[in-house]
Each structure stands twice: as C-alpha cells, then as structure tokens.
Ligand binder design. Sequence first.
Ligand code: ZN
Length: 258
Amino acid sequence: MRLYDTHCHLAWRAAEDPPVDQIARARAVGVEAIVCVAIDAATSVQARELARSMPETLRASVGLHPNDAGDADALTAHLARLEQLAAEGGFHAVGETGLDFYRDHSSPAVQERALEFQLDLARRYDLPVILHCRQAAARLLEVLEASGGPLRGVMHCFSEGPETVDDFLALGLHVSFAGNLSYPKSESIREAARRVPDHRLLIETDAPFLAPQPRRGRPNEPAFVAFTLEALAAARAQPAAELAAATWRNACALFGGS
Ligand SMILES: [Zn+2]
C-alpha cells in the first residue's frame, strides 16, 4: 500500500526531529508522498526548499493561514509576497487558507480578503487550493460559492458538521481527514467520513498537530497517516487497501505524482 500524506507542517519541529528522519520513518511504512503545507511566506519558502531537496517524495504549498493574516496593513505586504513566490514557481498548491472564527488573531474581514486573494492565485496558477475551516463553515461556503465556478482543492482536516459535507462536495472539493478522525469523541467526523465518495477522499496527518489516538499525546508525524487510513477504513467499514488506492490516486491527481 502506498500512502499520501496530503497535509503536514514538516519544518515545524525541524530542530528537534529533522525532516529527513521523519521522511525516512514515513517511507518505511509506505508513505511515499507528502505535501508540506505553508502558513505564511517564510514557511512557503521552507516548504519549497524541502520539496526541492526530495522532489520524488515532497511537494510544497504557498499560502497564508487565516490565523497568520495579521491586520489590514500587514495583509497587503503578506499578499504581495505570496504573489512574488507563486511567480517564482516550485509549488504544487496554494494554502492553507480559509476562515477561522475560533481564534481571533485576524479579523473576519482580513481573513476573507486573504482567502479571496488565494482563491484567485490558485486559479491563475492552475494550482489546487488547501482550505482550513474552524467554526466558520457557513461563511466559508458563502465566500466559496461567490468566488465563481467550480473549485479544485481540498477541505483539509475536515471537522465541521457532517451536514456540510454535501455543500463542500458540490463545489467540486475533495475532503481530507486527519488523526482526529480516530478520537473516541469524533463520531460526527466519522459520520462526515461516511458521506464522502471514494473519488473525493484524501488522508493527512496535519503533523505535528492532532496525533492519532494510538499515538496521542506526542507530536504527530507523516508516518502516522497510516493510522488515519485505519480509522477511515473502520469508520466506513471498507478495506484499507481499497481506501489507500483511492486516496493515493486522488492525491496524485490534485498535487502530482503517479
Ligand atoms: Zn495545517
């Protein structure tokens, strides 16, 4: 089984646990491709450097997380930098972007401007978009629907109510599940996971966050995407090998690989 971790922040713990070691452990359990996701310009550059050092395994995104968008003035500078980085190239996705009304690091207006800019950036560079959503599903759906036309990309770490899954699918998006799918209290996430058709499913770790239940309490890492797959197979009562093949195929179509 080949596994594709479609969302991790590999450089986050680079000092304590070098990315090469994390990647070696991941490859040992069949994780053959990994998307290194940025949260701002600096981590976009880091992700691109990592991806260039291991192009057969790693892909990088360029983006600005809603919690890192700053105030209106800071945002203008952030967006100019993203534009410049995207023009330089070396990226396979835009994000992570989206809305986060759980934290108030940036105002909703600033978050929305950052999101609209990145949706446009993704369209102009023909890249998939990686979407983050926390306690903001209704507004996010409105912004996405108003953005004009079908979207290519993924709702990452899906943790919204299962009743919103159909709306995100209708926009053309994939839906990705992370380690929190395996938590005892996550029955609503498992219900959401049952509603996604095979051809729109992805798996991820969101490392170093959200270590899966069997490894809970320690930093997450790409190797643990195997536990996400296991939890998905259990939730859907579907063979893990079948889900590994489907999620691999879907991830390759979005982020590259074969
Ligand atoms: Zn993330």
